[in-house]
Design a protein around this ligand. Sequence first.
Ligand code: ARG
Length: 466
Amino acid sequence: MQQKSSATGKAWSGRFSEPVAELVKRYTASVEFDQRLAEFDIQGSLAHASMLESCGIIAAADLASIRTGLAQILDEIRVGQFEWLLDLEDVHLNIEKRLTALVGEAGKRLHTARSRNDQVATDVRLWLRASIDELLVLIKGLQLALLDLAEQHADTVMPGFTHLQVAQPVTFGHHLMAYFEMLKRDTQRMRDCRTRVNRLPLGAAALAGTSFPIDRERVARELGFNGVCENSLDAVSDRDFAIEFTACAALIMTHLSRLSEDLILWMSPRIGFIDIADRFCTGSSIMPQKKNPDVPELVRGKTARVTGHLMALLTLMKSQPLAYNKDNQEDKEPLFDTVDTLTATLRIYADMMGGITVKKDAMRQAALQGYATATDLADYLVKKGLPFRDAHEAVALAVRHAEGKRCDLSELSLNELLEFSPLIADDVFAVLTLEGSLNSRNHIGGTAPAQVRAAIQRGRKFIETL
Ligand code: ARG
């Protein structure tokens, strides 16, 4: 990045008697990271300029020059030929200065009835709106991958865990659909957040509005906003939309971190429920036998960083008096990194879920251990008239007995079972099977394969509405 060091080059240096110190210049400049907003800055400037012209604030010839100049600047940026100058602080002043160099006077009129305060808030909102739209597509891609895998495993039995102890049989499809539900809420949250991102700050100017006869609604319409920010002080100063977005992102990462933890555990040879395709894993430089689930581990790790960004943005906001303060320049890096991290994570995740090998036998074997159908036996006794608490006690004793014999409940004879309750009959064995247990949970939200298929159907319908 080339630097210029004259105080006179500054857009605001008129009242200063000495140039800004070199270190301070570096400290306060944002162009190294906010140049990422350039295309949106130009989009905002075009809408602002055409409004100025239609309201009679600038001449048609000025508007034409501004359009030509900004089109050329856009080209220069796209082909990487735009010269960003640290001396010009930020993306806004860099573009404005170049515009003036290209088209003269008209370039200097562009900033009429505008401040960088409402300009930057507009740019960030435009950028974030576009990012949200891309993220929504990526979430959908991951949801489709989950639906496809769940469909293949609507009947695949595995142990469901609580406290990481075998609890009751569930289907693998049901387990996957739990994550589908989380992502469904994440989608809804993100769309809801988008409606609040999508408001126009321009017109607020520095903080109080402007004395020019502007038309904010027109600018809002042209930029696709669903309305204007209704208080100028609020428009330039609050970043709650960015905080809200980052909270949504942190929740998505948290959900994916939990799924990652599941994948890591399932892939451990000690559990051995799944294998993750080699292209998502790495080996060890010392232990030749190793195949490590690096991607899920990194998702878990990167969740920390997005959660950190949420904390950073909340803390950034908490003590700022109204209205704009330079603190707000610090909103960009956490926000940009949140979008980048989430984008990369979602991209890789959809592909990774498609590349999972499911080891059905290992899942079934694990479900057969740990007395996963004990609750089914208790429910069976209740259906024969025993109060649940008594049934619970009877089955606990039966489990203890089976444990002593190192066998499953279903391996006890009818005579042995009768010692724990006289209500037990031959029909008990159907109840003690894994399939019997699964199929009996046949209501909305239950793990019965028929219900899992119905949930997948509903999931596909939901996806179609997006
Ligand atoms: N680079 C600044 C930011 O990101 C732009 C707004 C600066 N406004 C000001 N009055 N210094 O917030």
